[in-house]
Every structure is written in structure tokens, then in C-alpha cells.
Design a protein around this ligand. Structure first.
Ligand code: TYM
Length: 350
């Protein structure tokens, strides 16, 4: 094969690769639900796709964040994503506020999004019920998220179950914009794992494990918890008074189901393999010990790499700058296309 044909084949493969976009907020501590519901899948599939992963600091400030804390959490989250296995040669990892088109696209999309669509968002209803004062940004949050996704012509959006409604709204906004102004946007699809899409709280398996509750003792396994802490949290996990170790959608068995789901996603085993692993287990105590064991085994190397990244903030900043440059190279021309369709004049660029 000549060099030119090789290059052409390579370009054709890149063109065929599906585009993936996803985001994560640098607020609160990253917990096992974020890892199993989202990050682990991003890492495992990054070879097959063209990937954009965004640290969404604009979303984070829809609820007040201490500025120093936000600064730290953004670097810390970047270190965690790289430590978990995102590789800058395979994925564009960047900070949302570094790419101006995100805020800009949000404004234009605001102007085609009916208020009624936003009023239906269940996450807004939940979050606003917990705030004394609700910002306009919190209400508008899903439109910013639509801009994130649509700027990159994303085909797939891998997220946990809690983000499904937002991705569906992004689809509706894309379709509406395309109808009003002409085809600008790819209509994206949510990609939600079968198991792991909703990791539940250890202290209450009826509530989703969440960064916002990660400070409550016993609620979450946090990615940076030490082995002893992980063991304590898992061993104290709420289960039921029975003894059957089985996958189940019976609400009473939600605790056991959650532990088995965690075990399954971490070990990459099938449901029958998981059940076989526990066929000789004597009660929930043993189930919990083994779950704690596999969680610790998975998180220990990630934690080690995390601290190495955190020891070199200049390198982290360089990696994020590279991500921002790559993201800008895609998002800016897309934003220009949107502006042209809407009828804006574009400034001359030198
Ligand atoms: P965030 O930061 O709350 O969560 C990041 C990812 O983790 C998933 N997740 C879970 N999955 C399973 N079980 C859980 N308990 C659990 N908790 C969180 C979330 O579903 C998510 O995939 N709005 C988004 C960030 C965002 C975004 C985007 C995502 C902004 N723009 C564009 C996709 C595309 C959020 O707050 O995620």
C-alpha cells in the first residue's frame, strides 16, 4: 500500500468512527457511580470512537461553588479521568469554560427552546427543591448541555440513567433547530449501560449514589477512599433481612442487587458468572467482603496514578490546554455554521 493510500484509508476510518461526547461536573468528590456508570465505559471504548470528554465547570456553578474549591476540584477531576485511563492521544479531554463556543451555543439554543420543555426536567425539580435560591442557570442547565453535545456532531452520549432525560432534550432541541434554520446538527443518542447505569447509595439503596451526598458517611464509595474506608462503607451497606444472593428488581432486595451490580461491572462478568461466584457464599457478610475486595483492587492503581498526576500540576495544565485546543478546532467552526444559519454577521478573522 502506498503512503498516500495508507493516509486515505486512515482518514476514511476516522471519518467512519462514531463521535462520542460526555461530560462530568467538577463539583463534589467523584464516586463509584460516576466511575461505573460513565468513566469506565468511556475508557474502555475510547479506541473505537472519536471522543470528547468535558469537565463541565459552567454547569458546576449553576449551584454555588467556593472558587478555591472549584479550582482544586477541576484539576483533581482531570487527574482522576487520566488516572482512570483516558488517554490524550485517544480522547480530547478539556474544560468547558476553555472553549467559548459552549456558552455561545447555549444562548442561541435558548432562543429555540420552549420554557415548557425545561419545566418538565425532573433533575431541575429535584435540585431546585434543595436550594434556597434557584439560579436561572440551574433552570437553563439542560440547554447548556445540549450545546455541549451538538457542537461536536456527537452520535453517542454515554451517560448514567439520571442524564437520559437531558440527552433526550438535546435531541429535541437539535431537531427543532434543524427544522427552523436548516440542518446543522446530528441528532445524538444516549448510550446507557444495562447494569451500572444507576449505582445506588450504600446507606440507602433507594437513592442514587451521588457526589452531592458523598460527604455523608456511608453513602458513597469515593474514588479516593482508602481501602479501610471502602471496606467500612461496603460492609455497612444496607441490605435486607433475608439471605438470598440474587439479582432482583424487588425493591426489598435493592441493597443486594446494588452490590451484585457493582461486582458485575467491576469484574466485567456476566450475571450467571456473578451468581456462580457467590454460590458458596455464606450470607451477606461474605458478599460484602468480596465486593469490597474487587472495588479496592480496581481503585488502588487508579488512586496511585491520580496522586502522580496531582504531583505534576504543570503537566496536567498542559494536557488540558492540548484538549482545549483540539476541542476549539471542532467547536469554533461549528459555532460559525450556527451563526451563519441564524443570520449573524461573522467578524473577519486574520
Ligand atoms: P455528573 O457530573 O452528575 O455525572 C457524571 C456521569 O456519572 C453518571 N452518574 C452515575 N451513573 C450511575 N450511577 C450513579 N449513581 C451515577 N451518578 C452519576 C452520570 O449519569 C454522568 O454520566 N449533566 C451531567 C454533565 C454533563 C454532560 C454534558 C453529560 C454536562 N454536559 C453533555 C453528557 C453530555 C452531569 O451533571 O453529570
Amino acid at each position: 500500500m502506498t503512503t498516500q493510500t495508507q493516509t486515505e484509508t486512515c482518514e476514511a476510518q476516522t471519518l467512519q468512527k462514531r463521535r462520542v461526547f460526555s461530560g462530568i461536573q467538577p463539583s463534589g468528590e467523584v464516586q463509584l457511580g460516576n466511575y461505573l456508570g460513565a468513566i469506565k465505559g468511556w475508557v474502555e471504548r475510547q479506541e473505537e470512537k472519536v471522543n470528547f470528554f468535558c469537565l463541565v465547570d459552567l454547569h458546576a456553578i449553576t449551584v454555588y461553588q467556593q472558587p478555591d474549591e472549584l479550582l482544586h476540584q477541576t484539576r483533581s477531576l482531570a487527574a482522576m479521568l487520566f488516572a482512570a485511563g483516558l488517554h490524550p492521544d485517544k480522547s480530547t479531554v478539556f474544560v468547558q469554560s476553555h472553549v467559548a463556543a459552549h456558552a455561545e451555543s447555549c444562548w442561541v439554543l435558548n432562543c429555540v427552546t420552549p420554557m415548557g420543555w425545561l419545566e418538565r426536567m425532573t433533575q431541575f425539580k429535584d435540585k431546585s427543591a434543595r436550594q434556597e435560591s434557584v439560579s436561572a442557570g440551574l433552570f437553563d442547565y439542560p440547554v447548556l448541555m445540549a450545546g455541549d453535545i451538538l457542537l461536536y456532531d456527537s452520535d453517542e452520549v454515554p451517560v448514567g440513567e439520571d442524564q437520559r432525560q437531558h440527552v433526550e432534550l438535546a435531541r429535541d432541541i437539535a431537531i427543532r433547530f434543524n427544522r427552523i434554520y436548516g440542518d446543522a446538527f446530528v441528532v445524538p443518542e444516549p448510550m446507557i449501560p444495562d447494569i451500572g447505569a444507576r449505582v445506588m447509595g450504600m446507606n440507602d439503596p433507594t437513592v442514587k449514589m451521588s457526589k452531592s451526598y458523598a460527604h455523608i458517611r456511608g453513602h458513597a464509595v469515593r474514588m479516593l477512599d482508602e481501602p479501610k474506608e471502602i471496606e467500612r462503607t461496603v460492609k455497612r451497606a444496607v441490605t435486607d433481612s433475608g439471605s438470598e444472593i440474587a439479582f432482583s428488581d424487588n425493591p426489598e432486595k435493592a441493597g443486594v442487587n446494588n452490590l451484585l451490580g457493582i461486582y458485575k461491572v467491576i469484574t466485567d462478568k456476566s450475571q450467571p458468572e456473578v451468581i456462580a461466584d457467590f454460590s458458596d457464599a455464606r450470607g451477606y457478610g461474605e458478599l460484602k467482603s468480596r465486593v469490597a475486595e474487587v472495588v479496592i483492587e480496581a481503585l488502588t492503581p487508579i488512586q496511585k496514578r491520580y496522586y502522580e498526576y496531582m504531583d505534576d500540576p504543570a503537566e496536567l495544565d498542559r494536557m488540558l490546554a492540548r484538549g482545549a485546543e483540539q476541542a476549539t478546532a471542532v467547536a469554533t467552526p461549528k459555532m460559525d455554521e450556527i451563526k451563519r444559519l441564524v443570520g449573524f454577521t461573522l467578524p473577519q478573522r486574520s
